[in-house]
Design a protein around this ligand. Sequence first.
Ligand SMILES: C[S@@+](CC[C@H](N)C(=O)[O-])C[C@H]1O[C@@H](n2cnc3c(N)ncnc32)[C@H](O)[C@@H]1O
Length: 247
Amino acid sequence: MALYDALGAAYARTRQPDPRIAAQIHAAVGDATDVLNVGAGGGSYEPPRTVLAVEPSQVMISQRPAGGAPAVRAVAEHLPLRDGAVDAVMALLTVRHWVDLAAGIRELRRVARRRVVVLTWDQRIFRERFWLVRDYLPEAAAFDDSRAVPTDRLIDLLGGGRQEPVRIPHDCVDGFGAAYWRRPHAYLDPQVRAGISMLAQTGDDALAPGLTRLADDLAAGRWHTRHAELLGLEAMDVGYRLIVADH
Ligand SMILES: C[S@@+](CC[C@H](N)C(=O)[O-])C[C@H]1O[C@@H](n2cnc3c(N)ncnc32)[C@H](O)[C@@H]1O
């Protein structure tokens, strides 16, 4: 909570929903009649049928758009709703922040009548495929290793489910961790880094050597030579996964 009260102020500058990712999330939520958004942050990706948002950080709640669903200040581990209160529950880019993952997932299942949708990423794939953490900022990846949730574990906790890759467009509007995979200069911008919790929490001192190498490689054209194949890609699978579990 304190974390997102601190990070949240920077978030609004770079974190806006990407329409292509929104379409995929809304398709996964399907025709649910009412939706609860847990770990809702500023309300990105909420389908129109969202009836309530649960979010512990007041700073994040204050960024919700006027006219959106009401928000209650609470945590996933203790949802203030009765059993089967909503048709579907979604939890986007939030589960790795929870203090007690198993309790939080139990709560999602308790309040969902039909479907739970979780957006997360597979840290193993992320580390292998995403050049920023693989080649320049292994400290940021190491920081995330401690809180990454293996997708198999999530699916187990959810009692089964399917997962689908969420490919990140090269011009992704939402500035999360890998959003700038084809726009490497962006990671040199402190405002961009401030909107990415993995980088903001690792801290600029620890990131400085890797960022200097990235700046040098960009200036010398080495990054573009090494990653020429990326420049022709429209979208990339860097490990983001939507998990859809039905009761
Ligand atoms: C990366 S943000 C994602 C916000 C939003 N779901 C999105 O996709 O834009 C992670 C959010 O999880 C929230 N969070 C942290 N711990 C939580 C918990 N135990 N239960 C529910 N939400 C939590 C944070 O306050 C933050 O708003």
